[in-house]
Design a protein around this ligand. Structure first.
Ligand SMILES: Nc1nc2c(ncn2[C@@H]2O[C@H](COP(=O)(O)OP(=O)(O)OP(=O)(O)O)[C@@H](O)[C@H]2O)c(=O)[nH]1
Ligand SMILES: [Mg+2]
Length: 301
């Protein structure tokens, strides 16, 4: 199955929700008026896009309808797709990893797919000819290290690990040292996700980042927040919490092959100006793609 089909199939439930609601609105379509715009705004809000973003999309849509004299349902749909895509395209979604030894820090709450995404990203970068190393800085559970080891094998890259309970920042410190010695291009650091224990999470993440900053002041650094697309509105809270501790450079949206609520990402990107860099569409090593806003919107509506 091609990537687009996978995404489309995955977004099937999202599609049903946004598309179905949208079609309900258009099924009673008579003319383009305020009532129609109000109904569309409601659909957007119900699709987790967020009140502010939905209002702005509709306001732009209203202007376009006037300016372009749109009178048909299909024209409204097309303009709506366009406006949503514009939002998702506001920022650059490429990874900036130009320095020899650059670092990707992976953060996010429990179970969103951090470790899995690391495996997939490592695999991609290795295939692109980069030498990758992963650091098992989630020392919270022994199983976390074992899981990352399995992914490192799949991606064919080295791993730096310590015993369970070790200081995560010390794992990162050691990994940076080893990475420099062995000519690594990109170091990817796994972290433990715990939003409920926020203070600890903050301290631990800050410490890891201090080590990276101190050891590699001039290196390119990405801090990717992993978000499970099935969580809906809660994802907004996660972005807020992690933005307080880290300069998030991009999002990884996982589980879009599942019961996805992809709409939430439109609001997140709009309100935070953080681009989606990758999307996860399955549990296999190849099930990750660079985010493409056009495909994404086409799959949703
Ligand atoms: N269907 C699907 N499952 C995924 C995807 N990404 C991750 N998963 C699954 O989600 C579960 C959690 O993934 P992990 O990578 O362990 O998540 P994590 O964020 O590292 O979890 P913790 O280390 O416990 O915080 C696993 O069962 C993965 O196989 C995806 O894109 N699609
Ligand atoms: Mg993990």
């Amino acid at each position: 199955m091609g990537f687009f089909d996978k995404l489309k199939q995955g977004l099937g439930k999202t599609k049903t929700s946004i598309d179905e609601k949208m079609n309900n609105v258009f099924s009673t379509f008579r003319k383009v008026d305020e009532e129609l715009l109000e109904e569309l705004e409601e659909v957007l809000i119900m699709s987790d896009i967020g009140v502010t973003t939905a209002a702005q999309i509709i306001s732009r849509l209203r202007q376009r309808i006037k300016k372009e004299n749109i009178k048909e349902a299909e024209g409204v749909k097309e303009a709506l797709r366009d406006e949503m895509q514009n939002i998702l395209e506001i920022c650059d979604n490429t990874l900036k990893l130009d320095t020899k030894l650059s670092v990707i820090l992976i953060v996010g709450v429990n179970g969103v797919g951090k470790t899995t995404s690391i495996g997939k990203i490592a695999n991609r970068l290795q295939k692109d000819g980069k030498k990758v190393m992963v650091a098992a800085a989630d020392t919270f559970r022994a199983a976390a290290v074992e899981q990352l080891e399995i992914w490192a094998k799949r991606a064919n890259c080295d791993i730096i690990k310590k015993e369970e309970g070790a200081d995560p920042a010390s794992v990162v410190y050691e990994a940076i040292k080893k990475a420099k010695e062995t000519n690594v291009d990109v170091l990817i650091c796994d972290t433990a996700g715990r939003l409920h224990n926020k203070k600890y999470l903050m301290d631990e993440l800050e410490k890891i980042q201090r080590v990276i900053e101190k050891e590699l002041p001039d290196a390119d650094k990405e801090s990717l927040l992993v978000i499970d697309a099935t969580t809906g509105q809660n994802a907004i809270e996660q972005v807020k919490a992690f933005k307080e501790v880290s300069h998030i450079t991009g999002l990884v949206l996982t589980k879009l092959d599942g019961t996805a609520k992809g709409g939430v990402v439109v609001g997140i990107v709009h309100e935070n100006k953080i681009p989606v860099k990758f999307i996860g569409v399955g549990e296999q090593v190849d099930d990750m793609e660079v985010f493409d806003s056009k495909d994404f919107i086409k799959a949703i509506i």
